[in-house]
Write a protein that binds this ligand. Sequence first.
Ligand code: ADP
Ligand code: MG
Length: 400
Amino acid sequence: MPGKRSVRQLDVANRRVLVRVDFNVPVDGDGRIADDTRMRAALDTINYLREEKARVILISHFGRPQGRVVEELRLGAVAGRLSELLGHPVVYVPSLDWPTVAKSLAGLAPGGVALLENIRFHPGEETNDPGLAAHLAGLGDAFVNDAFGAAHRAHASTTGIARLLPSASGMLMEKELEVLGRALKAPERPLVTIIGGAKVADKIGVLENLMTIADALLVGGGMANTFFLAQGLEVGTSLIEPAKVPLVKTLLARAAELGRRLVLPMDVVVAREKATGSVTRVVPIHAIPKGWAALDIGPSTREEFARLAASAGTVIWNGPMGVFELEPFAAGTEAVARAVAACPGTTIVGGGDSVAALEQYGLAGKIRHISTGGGAALEFLEGRQLPGVAALDDAGEGTV
Ligand code: ADP
Ligand code: MG
């Protein structure tokens, strides 16, 4: 894929620059922002544009309003937090009426920042409606996409608008693509990938692609159960995806064919109930009792996974090793988190739950790169082109 134009190669002084950001932040029960990591990750691009005297107009989605106005999903609180983070007032534009929006933006000075209302309030966003893209494009002179977390979506504010204005990638987008791209194309070896979490369906594509690249592919968490099932083992009441068994069988056969190291758990922590007070047992994977569920990797697996992770040149980790939200099933995820954090090589972690686990153990600061894009990172690791990136102008066309 050719490189994309960087925001640094855009002539932005005095111009109105539309910036797609991913401010889809988690909120607590009272609607307060629980974690502003994604907002902080966009500050480099915003501050750069402000210093270059651009008029910055931010566009973001928030939650899943499905083309309607949902009061709890307005971006007022996000605009407030952004003002604090920037130390500069942000003009919040709550209207969806285009003439009103244009009027609110008319007074925006060079170096000023505005935030449009949740773009998913418009029914045309997720359908990539050309009319919506044209309205957005009409508000600016150039477009910057810094929303890596939304780059796997072909929406009006990601791809539609990119085709209508001179476009470039933002600094967060560049960093994500650079780090993940190098891990796939020229990793420091050995490259060890650790994939866990609940759903095979979400991650089978990643396994397929990484299998051809990685020196070792470690599979844990709920996903591993479907692998046990495919091998004809008793899985008790474990979470499984029977429909994925044929796919998993193909994957296992390919790994053997290619001589790839696909490492499955050798022991698991089982319980009758997925609950904090459950009685647990450690069993080898061929001895999961009927009526019991595998809810974490066992101590021998922990040791093996941790050993492989610690000695890697590059580690990519996505997906917890067990039901880490509950104390009796957290040891596997914690052991992997600690080993990844201690690895002196390049360490990359993606996925909302995996990052939450790192934060829970106070290890987030020890990771080289924490991806801001769950789904987008997975699709990138599958080897797929992200539409939000593909739509941007290529580099090498000078400054525009
Ligand atoms: P991420 O957000 O890091 O990509 P996922 O969303 O794929 O991770 O998976 C996280 C979820 O997987 C967690 O809620 C965790 O409880 C669940 N999980 C992990 N292992 C198991 C298991 N053995 N059985 C059931 N659920 C599991
Ligand atoms: Mg998740």
